[in-house]
Design a protein around this ligand. Structure first.
Ligand code: ATP
Length: 515
């Protein structure tokens, strides 16, 4: 645990030191759970957005993108169910006065049981060596089977109670499990209450004429209300999708994990409109497609897992999360939801406008069903960034800190470094920058010894360093150093563009995924 916390602290301080993320309004001591992306962070975020947009919109002929407003007519939130049901169950500890999400306390408890299972597996793997069969062990070892049953039972009961709005039972469960407050260590809990997560504001100049509005808590509703506009103007045929990237706001009860849970954040969502009855097929399709997208970044299969929901939101008939192994354990990164016709039907009812599709093949009108994929841009940023940060021991006994971001997402693709600040080397380096900048984000750096400059670029996540030396003046070749392998090779200046392009192009990375 202490190691995990340490690693996470390192991630946060590295993000600040290397120009990625910092607390909002820091000079005024910051604002809780609100963050700013600084020079490198803004680039990384933009690249993640682009990686998603290309995979979703550019590569799918039947998916288009929109950019809807953050403010929406207030009835939207009545229709979507957010006014009545966008609540989290909160509970306070009377001794520490700390506030928690009741469901998260219970999930953390289950997380501890899962850790115990992992430990048993590790022990057994050591004991049995090569002959170890993990699947068999999980299904036959009595202690592990008991742990698994216990975890399943707890989650099932929590799901049932939350669905039935039986908050007294949620509290009873917390008490039965003897869950204590991590701060005070006591079990002195208040009752569980529902808390609505939407931020309210007002539109209009005078108090009497102004209208109460909400900042959108998800981008999806901007897509639903535009369903007919897009379908008709784009002459879209079912199945088709509408994608969007944009800000969302939630007054989260507990927001203590850096950019994992923020009060202002960004989502990348896609609603896929289908024939009623085909939801199972498309739900499986999108689960698979989204996992492929994640795996295309090459960070390792072991970092991801699916978690199918026991408790379904009011709109869903199936839901699964793609969880990522963050420095603090496996947590939700993306949700894939089968939303039925809940949203469009509800908007029909509240607006009085038809939101139907005429299916020429079936010869009938219907309200389409929807499969949604919804990923937090900031959470994706944290996944990529935290996994990339490494301390490496080198062969010569020294060590380095390196940010092994997938090259396609790296903020700066190459740094151009004159070996010395004289003899015409800076001039040639500037010429190289002036040419490459038309295609890539590149940086000129002449300060400090070359080794220090390499280390600085490693820690900032730059995949390539281009070193200009005296030989460069004679034969127009430079040294190209790779961040990950630290390999150096001589490359003609004229070929730099192609070599870098090959390593960082969206095409190269996305094609690998087989999307
Ligand atoms: P959680 O259970 O973590 O609160 P959720 O199930 O409410 O998340 P969704 O409503 O399904 O999340 O939102 C889709 C995605 O938006 C999530 O998978 C997550 O990546 C992102 N997201 C949701 N809330 C936040 C937040 N407060 N800060 C950053 N990202 C968020």
């Amino acid at each position: 645990m202490a190691k995990q916390e340490d690693d996470f602290k390192k991630v946060i301080s590295h993000a600040k030191e290397y120009g990625y993320v910092t607390q909002s309004s820091e000079i005024y001591d910051g604002l809780s759970a609100v963050y700013d992306y600084t020079q490198n962070g803004a680039e990384l975020k933009k690249n993640i957005k682009e990686y998603w947009w290309q995979a979703m919109v550019q590569l799918n002929e039947n998916i288009v993108g929109i950019d809807a407003a953050i403010f929406m007519h207030p009835t939207t939130w009545k229709a979507s169910g957010h006014i009545d049901a966008f609540n989290d169950p909160l509970i306070d500890n009377k001794d520490s006065k700390k506030r928690y999400r009741a469901d998260v306390l219970i999930e953390d408890y289950v997380g501890k049981i899962e850790k115990k299972i992992e430990k048993e597996v590790e022990k057994a793997a050591k004991r049995f060596g090569e002959a170890f069969d993990k699947g068999q062990f999980l299904s036959t070892n009595p202690r592990v089977v008991k742990y698994q049953e216990q975890a399943r039972e707890i989650l099932k009961r929590m799901g049932r109670s939350l669905e039935a709005e039986d908050l007294a039972d949620v509290k009873a469960l917390i008490e039965e499990l003897e869950i204590t407050c991590p701060v005070s260590g006591s079990r002195n809990w208040t009752d569980v209450k529902q808390f609505n997560l939407m931020f309210g504001t007002r539109l209009g100049a005078t108090a009497e004429s102004s209208m109460e509005l909400f900042l959108r808590p998800e981008t999806a509703q901007g897509i639903f209300v535009n369903f007919s506009n897009v379908q008709k103007s784009g002459r879209m045929k079912i199945p088709f999708g509408i994608a969007q990237v944009g800000k969302a706001f939630r007054n989260e009860i507990v927001a203590r994990q850096f950019i994992f849970r923020m009060r202002e954040f960004e989502q990348m969502e896609m609603q896929f409109f289908i024939r009623p009855g085909e939801q199972k097929k498309w739900y499986e399709h999108w689960k698979e497609a989204r996992m492929k997208w994640h795996l295309s970044l090459g960070m390792g299969e072991e970092l991801y897992r699916f978690h199918d929901h026991e408790k379904l939101a009011h709109y869903a008939d199936a839901a699964s999360d793609i969880e990522f192994r963050f420095p603090f354990g496996f947590k939700e990164l993306e949700g894939i939801h089968s939303r039925t016709d809940f949203d469009l039907s509800s908007h029909e009812k509240f607006s009085g406008k038809k939101l139907q599709y005429f299916d020429p093949e079936l010869g009938t009108h219907y309200v389409p069903y929807v499969i949604e994929t919804s990923i937090g841009l900031d959470r994706m940023f944290l996944a990529v960034f935290s996994n990339a940060l490494r301390d490496e021991e080198l062969e010569d006994g020294s060590s380095r800190t390196v940010l092994k971001l997938p090259a396609v997402l790296a903020p700066i693709k190459a740094a151009v470094l004159p070996l010395v600040k004289k003899d015409g080397l800076p001039e040639l380096a500037h010429d190289i920058v002036a040419d490459l900048k038309w295609d890539f984000m590149v940086q000129y750096d002449e300060k400090d010894a070359i080794g220090r400059r390499y280390r600085r670029q490693d820690a900032a996540g730059t995949p390539f360093c281009i070193t200009v030396d005296h030989q460069s003046l004679e034969d127009r070749t430079v040294t190209l150093r790779s961040r990950d392998s630290m390999e150096q090779k001589r490359v003609p200046v004229a070929e730099l563009k192609e070599v870098i392009q090959q390593a960082v192009s969206y095409r190269h990375w996305l094609q690998k995924s087989g999307l």
